[in-house]
Design a binder for this molecule. Structure first.
Ligand SMILES: [Fe+2]
Ligand SMILES: [Fe+2]
Length: 169
């Protein structure tokens, strides 16, 4: 582990922590929308996703803290797509998949910065997180496809919602 954190890498890590917080905010609003519209299973899933995203943000902050540097920067929250009133489950699931794709891109940017400044320990740590994110993006893609299939058949979204309420799909 390098003793100091390159300012460019600190900036990129901070930006990415902001991306994770933005994801949490998105999932929280999807959760509220689903809850308000009587979709208990979807709301449960998106609430869990929101907590996962807060944990991801925390991981990045903890990583920065390992370097024992004073953090002067604040997480920069990029504009995120927001679920709007009247949006559908289908739309929210598709937005979530798009968001996970953007998050993967943000991590690739971060990895490039770590490589650029030659911080091997950071490259290794970020590579592990990128692998996790690729799995998460795949999961979000599968979920969006599943919701899309269910939306075609009458009643299938209700069945999917009940499955989600039981914690599976
Ligand atoms: Fe995340
Ligand atoms: Fe995510």
């Amino acid at each position: 582990m390098a003793l100091t954190l390159h300012p460019e890498l600190l900036e990129a890590l901070t930006i990415h922590a902001g991306v994770e917080i933005g994801n949490a905010v998105f999932y929280l609003s999807a959760y509220s929308w689903a809850r308000a519209n009587g979709w208990e299973g979807f709301s449960k899933r998106w609430k869990n996703d929101a907590f996962d995203e807060f944990a991801h943000a925390q991981n990045f902050v903890k990583f920065i803290a390992r370097y024992n540097v004073a953090i002067n920067a604040e997480p920069k929250i990029r504009p995120m797509p927001e679920p709007e009133l009247g949006q559908t489950l289908l739309g929210l699931a598709a937005l979530a998949a798009a968001l996970e794709g953007m998050t993967e891109e943000s991590m690739r940017d971060l990895l490039r910065v770590a490589e650029g400044v030659g911080d091997g320990a950071a490259v290794e740590w970020i590579s592990g997180k990128l692998l996790d994110q690729q799995k998460e993006r795949k999961k979000a893609d599968d979920f969006a496809a599943r919701v899309q299939d269910a939306a075609v058949e009458p009643g299938c979204l209700v069945i999917l919602d009940r499955k989600l309420e039981r914690g599976g799909w």
